[in-house]
Design a protein around this ligand. Structure first.
Ligand SMILES: NC(=O)c1ccc[n+]([C@@H]2O[C@H](COP(=O)([O-])OP(=O)(O)OC[C@H]3O[C@@H](n4cnc5c(N)ncnc54)[C@H](OP(=O)(O)O)[C@@H]3O)[C@@H](O)[C@H]2O)c1
Length: 158
């Protein structure tokens, strides 16, 4: 199964200066719970961003795939240079964790979406792309102060 997880504000903002626009401990806790022990896929920009948060600690994932068009070597991750081929053939449970470019490319392959709606308007420079939500149905929703944690699943074609 291919899942995606992200948090966005009222204006679909997700990033600022290649970091998160906010510090939301409850959402970080939710993110960790949702990822669990699954392998993660992210773009090179998000990988560099996470590395800046985890300067002296290993990234907290069991297996890491990083999408890049460069020939970068990652000592803690597997490089993916043909993202679409990878998403077409991957046979393990995968959590797509960003950023904008990789979300956009992976959306057609996603079976489940974990979206945190941040009920506020922040400043930043990266927004989640507009996309058609109609193939997805809401499975769960939990409101906690200024956050709504939701899960959607792709509705199976009859
Ligand atoms: N709010 C959230 O939940 C959340 C979560 C994650 C990230 N973010 C934010 O999102 C922003 C980063 O998003 P982004 O779009 O700039 O970067 P990104 O999606 O993390 O990474 C983009 C990189 O992916 C590689 N790439 C692009 N197309 C590819 C393809 N077809 N095949 C293989 N690799 C490909 C390229 O790497 P190379 O340049 O190395 O070739 C490109 O620079 C940051 O601000 C971050 O904080 C927010």
């Amino acid at each position: 199964m291919i899942e995606m997880v992200w948090a966005m504000d009222e204006n679909r903002l997700i990033g600022k200066g290649n970091k998160l626009p906010w510090h939301l401990p409850k959402d970080l806790k939710h993110f960790k719970a949702v990822v669990g022990t699954k392998a993660v896929l992210m773009g090179d920009q998000t990988y560099q961003s996470l590395k800046s948060y985890y300067q002296h600690k290993p990234l907290p994932f069991s297996k890491i795939y990083v999408a890049t068009l460069d020939d970068t070597h990652y000592e803690d991750a597997i490089r993916i240079d043909d993202l679409i081929m990878f998403l077409n053939t991957v046979d393990e449970d995968l959590m797509v964790i960003g950023g904008r470019t990789i979300y956009q490319l992976a959306l057609p392959f996603a079976d489940r979406l974990h979206i945190t709606y941040v009920l506020d308007a922040y400043e930043g420079d990266v927004h989640f792309p507009l996309f058609d939500m109609s193939p997805f149905g809401l499975i769960s929703s939990k409101h906690d102060d200024k956050l709504i944690f939701t899960t959607y699943e792709r509705v199976k074609q009859q």
